[in-house]
Ligand binder design. Sequence first.
Ligand SMILES: [Zn+2]
Length: 267
Amino acid sequence: MGHLFHPDQRSYDLKLEVCSTAFHYVMEELQKAPHLASSWIRVERIYTERELSSAPLLVLRLTNQAIEDDWYDLEDGYQGGPQASHRRCAVCRAALEQVRDLLVDVRKMGRRDLSLTYSFEVILSPRLARMLQEAGFTGFALRPVWHYRRPHQGEPPLYQLVVTNVLPPMASPPTEFEPERRCEVCGTETKFIKHTHWWGRIPYYEETEIYYPKSVLEQVADFNATWEKIGELPSWSRLVIITQRMYRWLKEQRIRGWSAEPVYLVE
Ligand SMILES: [Zn+2]
């Protein structure tokens, strides 16, 4: 347990084990005064290596978001101007289709092999892009990413990982979702995996598991995108699901900047 007082915020950060007496005590005490509870009570799961190394499929989470968005999209404020990277719905602004290579400030990538843009596009170093191709992994394409001041000159300085193998919908139930958002004009539907829970009168955030029917294994590639569009309208993205083979390879190659969570299979 650690705690830290933030004088400016007049609050404490508390890290407690969910099974501990201290956690139960704090949550019970807060029932008496729910207005004192932070809206950011988060329960984080820590997976054991055994859980991770036995899961046939895993969600790939990138742990850094070093790259700002596409240069012209930033300038445009996502209004879908003539130079925008994506064609967008005129009403909700959801991205409908990527229409050109991304143009970013490639210096933000530094020496990383793997990062995200603010819009959750997965960006690879040329080194990692080449390694993935040479290892013969499936389910993805590489799209050049250019420095915004020198587009289309020489070898691409970075690559975008475009996951091409889209899985069928998750098994739901048992997968649960938060209420969905839907644009009546373009038909885009987005949602979050369920994460809001209640301890009596106190809300807290805990991500819930993702389940697929076992039959999904017949159609998985090493990289897969969820059929579900996750997030808000307009800024949604698909989750990336990887195989156990891919998980082990990323670890063996000591690629950094990611973590993984197991996906569960049901009959
Ligand atoms: Zn729309």
